[in-house]
Design a protein around this ligand. Sequence first.
Ligand SMILES: C[S@@+](CC[C@H](N)C(=O)[O-])C[C@H]1O[C@@H](n2cnc3c(N)ncnc32)[C@H](O)[C@@H]1O
Length: 297
Amino acid sequence: MNINDAIAFLSVAATPSIDTFNQAITVIREDTLDAFIATQFKGGNVGSIEVNVSKEVLFRLFERIQQQWMAVGEREPYASVLADGKYMMANIAENLTEFRSSGAMGIQQLQQLAVKNGVNLNYGSCLELGCGVGRLTGYLAHHFKTVTGIDISPGNLRVCAAYLNELGLHNTDLRLMKNLSELETLEGFDAFISFLVIQHNEPPIQKYMLDTVLAKLRPGGVFMFQTIVNAPGYAYSVEGNFNYKDVQGYEMHALPMQHILKIIQKHGLTLLDVLKDRQGGWSVDSYTFFGVNSRND
Ligand SMILES: C[S@@+](CC[C@H](N)C(=O)[O-])C[C@H]1O[C@@H](n2cnc3c(N)ncnc32)[C@H](O)[C@@H]1O
């Protein structure tokens, strides 16, 4: 049942009065919201999520993530990006247009957040971490002078390169990241974008990536990235490992919000908006963070 069917159903049930209809909708909304808000207090305790490890351990953890994405990118590039049967290789031909169109949300959301927060976007250079098969990259490259797309999945990057070529876009630089430390050698950029990527890495990697990348945001530049900050019952330690694993061949993790806020603060960036989103599914707390580098250096 989609939202229109649901409303139509309720409308019939509430024929006697529009007030009954409104009441029903309000009860459903409040109830759903209450159930959802409650998830924020279950698990995700900062103390039970390890984030500080040595670089040696960090790079070892990263290798596992790399292997997962190497494998899924060869098998099911599109469904590895949006986990839905209709985007599996067997079905992608008839759903490719829909898949690609879904990528407009990246640039649209960036522009909406900029307008909402009174920020003038500088469409110079954009860094997209985890560009996947280019779903967002194509739209970003239509607006930015240059887009650097970094990914760890050769299979996904191949699809991405072919798609950008098909679009006739030649202002992108796609990079296969083999070592996490490559992030340290990146040049500065005017926008940092990342969706559905950071959450697939263990909390120490998430922290390291955000810390390293946000340090390179140029003055006047903006960031807009999404990750999961909490999942019911989620805990993580390098030794005990984690208890929230996706069955599709890659992992899902959470980085408590306070770590994200501290990294933003550490680099003197200004956080302008934090939006609840549904990127990680309903049962987890996923947020999009938007802000600007208002330092003058
Ligand atoms: C679910 S897909 C999302 C792709 C794209 N952001 C989108 O929304 O269409 C996740 C992508 O992130 C990549 N990825 C996962 N961890 C990464 C990391 N640590 N660094 C760079 N890319 C990563 C995967 O290889 C995969 O292509």
